[in-house]
Design a protein around this ligand. Sequence first.
Ligand SMILES: Nc1nc2c(ncn2[C@@H]2O[C@H](COP(=O)(O)OP(=O)(O)OP(=O)(O)O)[C@@H](O)[C@H]2O)c(=O)[nH]1
Ligand SMILES: [Mg+2]
Length: 260
Amino acid sequence: MIRRKKEIRQVFELIKNSDLILEVLDSRIPNLTRVSSIEKEAKKQNIPLILVLNKCDLIPYQISEKTKKKYNREFPTYYISSRERQGTKIFRNAIPRYLKKKKENVLSIVGVPNTGKSSLLNILRGKHVAVTGQKPGVTRSPQLIRISQRILIYDTPGVIPFDYPEDDLQVFLGAYSIDNLDDPIGTVNFFIDRIRENYSSGFVNYYGITSINLSNEEILKQIAALRGMKSKGGLLNLLETAKLVMREFTAGKIQYWEEV
Ligand SMILES: Nc1nc2c(ncn2[C@@H]2O[C@H](COP(=O)(O)OP(=O)(O)OP(=O)(O)O)[C@@H](O)[C@H]2O)c(=O)[nH]1
Ligand SMILES: [Mg+2]
């Protein structure tokens, strides 16, 4: 279990001193990636906050529209893809609207690990200045980057909110390294249950399994067989298969989303 208290404290310190907060969410799992404690703090301190739904390239446009419409009632919301550069120009051009009328504004990019905070900063800067990566916890400490004469932006390490109790959920968010998992099977069960409840076609098609309406064990066995995941003795290696599935999900290979 990781509770990175130091990072959380640092991020809270930064947001208190920010003129504008950009909270980066994963468009596929928007509700799960919102950090309510940060949003509360922003409201309390009267700091404007924008919700940025990133990775919109991974889901249908209509789903992003729907989420945006709903979230707009609480905070101004934009959806973008830092990878495919969708919506990034519109977002960039909208930022001045939220700035304070002073010479220099300090912004902070915050969110749970792996949502694409550093990727967003690189897009806004127009140059690769922040390290990004497929594994969570890439950004280790806050980094201040000037993106224009008027704007400085802090890239921050991903925070894991205190209201997330489960390791499973953290893996799901890409917030916890799969290799360090105690119980990969438990985690993949959590994941498959969620897929069954929300959107399953992407998963079924990606692995070529026969149906989502099988037991989780049966599903895992099918994937193991299809991928040739075997132990030395020739038995199906479900443990490694569970890790493989979670790794492929956090890498964005499996089409999946949850509607808000
Ligand atoms: N498909 C897709 N992948 C993205 C997008 N933006 C970022 N990624 C990928 O998501 C992963 C995480 O990106 P980062 O920018 O490092 O995320 P971060 O939020 O800074 O992560 P931490 O610093 O670990 O908290 C990388 O593999 C990126 O390539 C996007 O818009 N679409
Ligand atoms: Mg980062």
